[in-house]
Write a protein that binds this ligand. Structure first.
Ligand code: ATP
Ligand code: MG
Length: 582
């Protein structure tokens, strides 16, 4: 293993295919499929799909659906397709298609040669629409969008039939052909299903199947000027692909009746739809439309801002694909809506990085320490392991010299109770190196601020332990001043200050609850020299501080930039909180 770049190599093997990271947990969908297999339903075939609309980047909620669909297939010797439900030409873009493919692959799933687009089915869908017209089950309606809304009625009042509902089949066929030929303006006509304007289900009140939209489509260009509606497209795409278990989120429960109607009227293969609760995560928002708003308003730096709940944001932040898969498995699959604490995601990230991230040292807010009895022209070189519990991760050389930097936080002139770090007269361990004792504190004459510590070291404690058995309570991380590399470090906090920024009680503007302290940039950090060659995106544990990853966008050999992925659980902060409570 190349010691300067241990993480990415390590990861390749782990990311190759998303093997079940932990044993699959029972859930109601797994139970349904197991039962179906027992009954030999679909001849024992299991076919699922992940069906995104390419109108934004994937977020952690989508990851739940990706993991679920691909895992269900894999566990049952089935297959899972990636299908883009691209029916809305004006909001979709190849940029989104490419990013979604990248994200699904990154999560560790493979659709092999089964990459599909609903737009591939436009000819077939058109034929299906014509078939419905010929059956007298669809008609061209000339009402405006507003009129259609008025005619639809409400939850408590039935709708009214459109005056065009009784159009004859021939006239409908002629008008639909001419809609396709581009004879009519956007919004002037739609093709509607003829179901029941008095249905208690609003969605069954003659929903639109096709609309006129003279817009270029990211794949079909200008071939079409009418586009099938999402609901019509979605159920038929599943049917065309022979999906056995059409897994979707609860908000589509109502749509199921419409899907059933379409599939039954057309007498085509009928997938089984199963709904589950979508993932909601505290302190963030999860709708593509809202995330786009943050991007467009410049409130974040982009879809991949490390504070975003998007997969590209989480990746840039340093989260691993397995931590996200484990998180998705952990939260489970159920039918009741709930909000998952973002701390659970952080836990999953820490858990994985704790096992796999190489340990290094870096100082975020440096305080100079001069070791007076250490010779000026001398340098020690230590060989430190990348992981104390995993020797196979190798080691790296870390230099030590007369001048070092420690964390400002690791020194207190007047140490409070239970503060075991450096203080005047106190001896502590420099991680893996030596014991040092603080002899003198140097201040800035004007400000009185502590700018330097004078210490002595005990040469007999090389390696960080003493033969005489004397104990020190504190162990500090450090970097050698002459050898350290400058770095910028970005500390991220939660994106919102409110647990649910969309809570109606808070008003209508979720953006008012953005956390003003969600990013703190430290520009004078110093890291150990082994990080000079760190690969973009590689992840590390900075000892005692947390997990950090080399920013894949802004970092370069000349100026390193690290993102803090997650903190470690900080014992001192916990003690402080406890003391404050008292
Ligand atoms: P958004 O509300 O963020 O715009 P969407 O549902 O419109 O999401 P789609 O591209 O249609 O986004 O989603 C693709 C698949 O991912 C769908 O099957 C959808 O049900 C699922 N999905 C979307 N959001 C979540 C979520 N928060 N939890 C679980 N699954 C989700
Ligand atoms: Mg959607």
């Amino acid at each position: 293993m190349n010691p300067s770049n241990p993480t990415p190599q390590n990861e390749k093997n782990r990311e190759g295919s998303a093997k079940a990271d932990s044993a699959p947990r029972p859930n109601f969908i797994r139970a349904i499929i197991a039962e179906d297999l027992k009954q030999n339903k679909n001849n024992g075939r299991v076919m699922t799909r992940f069906p995104p609309e390419p109108n934004g980047y994937l977020h952690i909620g989508h990851a739940k659906s990706v993991c679920l669909n691909f895992s269900l297939a894999r566990e049952n010797n089935g297959l899972c397709n990636l299908r883009f439900d691209d029916t809305n030409p004006s909001k979709e873009d190849v940029e989104y298609v490419e990013s979604i493919k990248e994200d699904v692959r990154w999560l560790g799933f493979d659709w092999e040669d089964r990459l599909y687009f609903a737009s591939d089915y436009f000819d077939k869908l058109y034929e299906y629409a014509v078939r419905l017209i010929k059956k007298g089950k669809a008609y061209v309606c000339d009402l405006s969008t507003e009129e259609i809304r008025q005619y639809r009625g409400t939850l408590t009042e039935p709708g009214k039939d459109s005056p065009y509902r009784k159009r004859g089949i021939e006239e409908n066929l002629d008008l639909f052909t001419r809609m396709r030929a581009g004879e009519f303006e956007d919004g002037s006509r739609v093709l509607r299903a003829k179901i029941d304007m008095a249905s208690p289900d609003l969605i069954m009140r003659d929903p639109a199947l096709y609309r006129i939209r003279k817009a270029s489509h990211h794949r079909t260009g200008d071939v079409w000027c009418i586009y099938p509606m999402y609901d019509f497209t979605h159920c038929l795409s599943d049917s065309i692909e022979g999906i056995t278990h059409s897994v979707c989120t609860l908000e589509f429960e109502n749509n199921r009746r419409l899907y059933d109607w379409v599939l039954d009227e057309l007498e085509v293969y009928h997938p089984q739809q199963i709904e589950f609760a979508r993932l909601n995560l505290s302190y963030t928002v999860m709708s593509k439309r809202k995330l786009l708003e943050l991007v467009e308003d410049g409130l974040v730096t982009g879809w991949d801002d490390p504070r975003m709940p998007t997969l590209c944001g989480l990746r840039r932040r340093g989260c691993t694909p397995e931590s996200i898969r484990n998180f998705c498995e952990r939260i489970g699959v159920a039918r009741s809506d709930n909000v998952v604490d973002i701390a659970l995601l952080e836990f999953s990230v820490r858990e994985d990085l704790n096992e796999h991230a190489p340990r290094v040292m870096g100082v975020l807010r440096p305080l100079k320490v001069v070791i007076e009895n250490y010779p000026e022209d001398q340098t020690d070189e230590f060989d430190f392991p990348y992981h104390p519990e995993n020797p196979s991760m190798g080691s790296r050389k870390v230099p030590f010299s007369r001048e070092i930097y420690i964390e400002q936080d690791d020194f207190r002139e007047d140490p409070p109770k239970k503060y075991f770090r450096l203080a005047p007269g106190r001896e502590v361990r420099l991680r893996y190196a030596y014991y040092v004792t603080c002899k003198e504190v140097i201040r800035d004459e004007k400000t009185g601020e502590v700018v330097e510590l004078r210490c002595t070291y005990d040469p007999e404690t090389r390696g960080g332990w003493s033969k005489d058995g004397r104990k020190v309570r504190g162990t500090l991380h450090w970097v050698s001043a002459a050898h350290a590399v400058k770095a910028e470090v970005r500390l991220y906090g939660r994106l919102f200050t409110e647990e649910n920024p969309l809570d109606a009680k808070l008003g209508s503007d979720f953006k008012a609850y953005l956390n003003p302290d969600s990013l703190e940039t430290l520009t004078a950090c110093l890291v150990e020299p082994s990080l000079r060659e760190a690969a973009l995106g590689s992840r590390y544990q900075f000892e005692r501080l947390g997990y950090f990853c080399v920013d894949s966008v802004d970092s370069s050999k000349e100026s390193l930039v690290f993102n803090r992925t997650a903190t470690l659980r900080d014992t001192w902060a916990r003690v402080q909180r406890a003391q404050k409570k008292k």
